[in-house]
Design a protein around this ligand. Structure first.
Ligand code: FUB
Ligand code: ZN
Length: 638
């Protein structure tokens, strides 16, 4: 079967960032976050755990500690792929040496199941995370090989993949199981692409095809082997890990949200590489259900903190939102893959939405603290109850999946901006910087100058080595109602000429050709589908890709008391949050008076409203100036 991908992403190594929104964040990621995370891995014992010195009585390494080091190596690899750093490279090499030594003679590699649970390999596929950890290590190996040409980890992971291939599969004597936490599927496809070893693709295909086949593998895994998991009767375990029915029959996104995002990404990868049309069709259906009924306005996914899972259509609670940083990242992965197959701007729209809101809210502006949950409404007192994580971003977590995940995403952000086909360059995201692209047999340098997402003007200079005919295909985001494009000062028709969210400019391009794109970016009042009961009577503010929120420090306490009239006008006021100039949105609104309530909890309506100025900031920036209340959805007054 043939590869059905229409586009190929331009490697992050060919993309550089300059002076813009992402340049700042990627630099912080490189200079602040990566070293902090290395120290956290060191001081919490995650790196030393690779020495396999654990003995009874010592604190146990967590079942997926391997994946924390792996994601950090992957992030460091991307960073080294664009910025040399001898100290960082040495740290990576040292960790890789430990990993190599930890590999068993048959190729097996896992901290927990080689020390604490020795002899219990593959007995707990549902929760054991062995294949999940293997997947993250494979991704790290490929990233490091591609960034620095070093093969050690790649060879370790090929040995491990060969071993896994000898254990799992449809053949007699092999385990017909698959990982409780998907991840290895997409990783095997990466390993296949890096090595050209078709066994890895076949194995990924097996894991995808076997998942959910009835009787379900997990019903056969013995109960007592799922150590330490006391689960309520109502909990549908197979559904939580998307194994309740074969994947091609699944139409609604269910279960654990990160698992779902990684799984769907792996499904697209396998479908893309093998040309599997029925699998691709399943991905489309799942995408629709996810983005039309189960996604937050921020691109966050996962409505229930309990089991970190999806619930039911339109159930999108704000204060109780789970919306894990990793889940939003997994949505970016899924969207990006769908985009390469479908060339449809609806995927880029969601990718952008998640990046600018539900993902980047996961790290503080200084790059030092992280959110695991990305709630859409917060009250400092409320978060002390109900098993919620604290309101403020944390330095690290016991379950630390999110910090290194955001680090690897930021370090590899370049790969999400452009794609190419034989004769087309697609520009999905507007980001200040440069890219080197191969198209129509020529090398083309593209330069983007823009202050996006704060402003909607983008100047794109096209520099082919020699004059060449190809199409420059620019995304017109769905949020933009009015866009204009000029080529060398001459206007071209956009509205009406754009197809699936992109406008295509075919011409013989010459050095210095200038494309000017202007995306009008007014402040929009957003409403939810009427079935999202949590947001009835409320609106959210959005400008371009950015969702706004109101915070206590700008509006005083009790922000639930604020009302925003439908007719009030907005203004933008530029203010600094830390070292960054940010457009605050302000509007005249109302606040209920607090007097007259002594000794009462309820009363017939009589509270007067007083006029106030409401101030909103981009959601991703909340909780950077101290703790306090926050909400995205504001009660509307007519
Ligand atoms: O299970 C591994 C990771 O830990 C998941 O992806 C996150 O949701 C967290 O539970
Ligand atoms: Zn996470």
């Amino acid at each position: 079967m043939a590869n059905i991908s229409s586009l190929t992403p331009v490697s992050y190594r060919n993309v550089s960032f300059k002076d813009g929104f992402w340049a700042k964040r990627i630099e912080k990621n490189r200079k602040v976050t990566l070293p902090i995370e290395y120290n956290a891995l060191k001081t919490t014992g995650r790196i030393d755990a690779w020495k396999l010195k654990w003995k009874k009585g010592d604190p146990e390494p967590h079942i997926f500690w391997d994946s924390d080091s792996a994601k950090w190596i992957e992030a460091a690899a991307y960073s080294l792929g664009t910025h040399a750093n001898a100290k960082l490279e040495k740290q990576v090499d040292e960790v890789i040496d430990l990993i190599e030594k930890a590999q068993q003679s048959d190729g097996y590699l896992n901290i927990y199941f080689t020390t604490v649970a020795k002899g219990e390999r593959w007995t707990n596929l549902m929760y054991g995370h062995e294949l999940y950890c293997a997947g993250h290590l494979m991704e790290a190996a490929v990233a490091y090989f591609e960034a620095r040409g070093k093969r050690k980890l790649l060879e370790v992971m090929c040995r491990y993949a060969n071993y896994i291939d000898s254990v799992f599969g449809p053949e007699k004597g092999k385990i017909r199981g698959y990982g409780g936490h998907p991840e290895v599927e997409l990783a095997l496809v990466k390993l296949y692409k890096a090595t050209d070893e078709s066994r890895y693709l076949k194995l990924a295909e097996f894991f995808i095809n076997e998942r959910g086949v009835q009787p379900c593998y997990y019903d056969q895994e013995k109960e007592e082997e799922r150590k330490g998991m006391t689960l309520p009767q109502t909990f549908d375990r197979n559904k939580n890990i998307q194994a309740h029915k074969p994947l091609r029959e699944q139409e609604t996104v269910v279960g654990h949200s990160v698992r779902a995002g990684y799984l769907y990404s792996g499904m697209v990868d396998v479908a893309m590489e093998t040309g599997d049309v029925s699998l691709m069709q399943a991905c489309r259906k799942l995408w629709s259900n996810l983005t039309e009924k189960r996604m937050y306005v921020t691109g966050g996914i996962g409505s229930s903190r309990q089991f970190e899972e999806f619930t039911f259509d339109y159930d999108l609670p704000n204060e109780e939102a789970y919306a894990e940083t990793c889940a939003a990242i997994s949505l970016v992965f899924f969207a990006h893959r769908m985009l390469q197959v479908e060339k449809d701007g609806k995927y880029a729209d969601v990718m952008e939405l998640a990046l600018y809101n539900g993902v980047i809210s996961g790290v503080s502006q200084d790059g030092k603290r992280f959110f695991y949950e990305n709630r859409l409404m917060a009250h400092p007192e409320r978060t002390k109850f109900g098993g919620q994580k604290p309101i403020e971003r944390q330095k690290w977590f016991g379950c630390a999946c999110c910090p290194p995940n955001i680090a690897r995403l930021l370090a590899s952000l370049g790969q999400y901006i452009y794609s190419v086909s034989k004769k087309e360059i697609y520009v999905h995201l507007y980001v200040a910087g440069k890219a080197k692209v191969e198209v129509a047999g020529e090398t083309v340098t593209l330069k983007q100058q823009t202050n996006y997402p704060w402003e909607g003007a983008v100047a794109l200079t096209v520099n082919p080595k020699v004059e060449a005919v190809f199409a420059l295909v620019l995304r017109i985001p769905a949020w933009c109602r009015k866009a204009s494009v000029k080529v060398n000062g001459k206007r071209i028709v956009v509205n009406g000429n754009s197809k699936k969210g992109y406008v295509k400019i075919v011409r013989s391009w010459r050095r210095g050709d200038l494309v000017e794109l202007n995306l009008e970016m007014p402040i929009e009042r957003m409403e939810s589908h009427p079935s999202v009961r949590h947001n009835c009577g409320a609106i959210a503010l959005k400008r371009g890709p950015l969702v706004y929120c109101i915070e206590e420090m700008d509006n005083g306490a009790d922000i639930a008391d604020l009302r925003l009239p439908r007719k009030s006008r907005f203004s933008l006021v530029s203010k600094k949050i830390s070292d960054e100039k940010v457009p605050f949105v302000t509007a005249t609104g109302y606040r209920r008076e607090r007097s007259g309530w002594k000794g009462k909890l309820y009363q017939p309506i009589q509270t007067p409203l007083r006029e106030v100025r409401i101030k909103a900031i981009p959601y991703f920036l909340w909780n950077n100036r101290g703790n306090g209340e926050m909400r995205i959805w504001i009660t509307e007054a007519r």
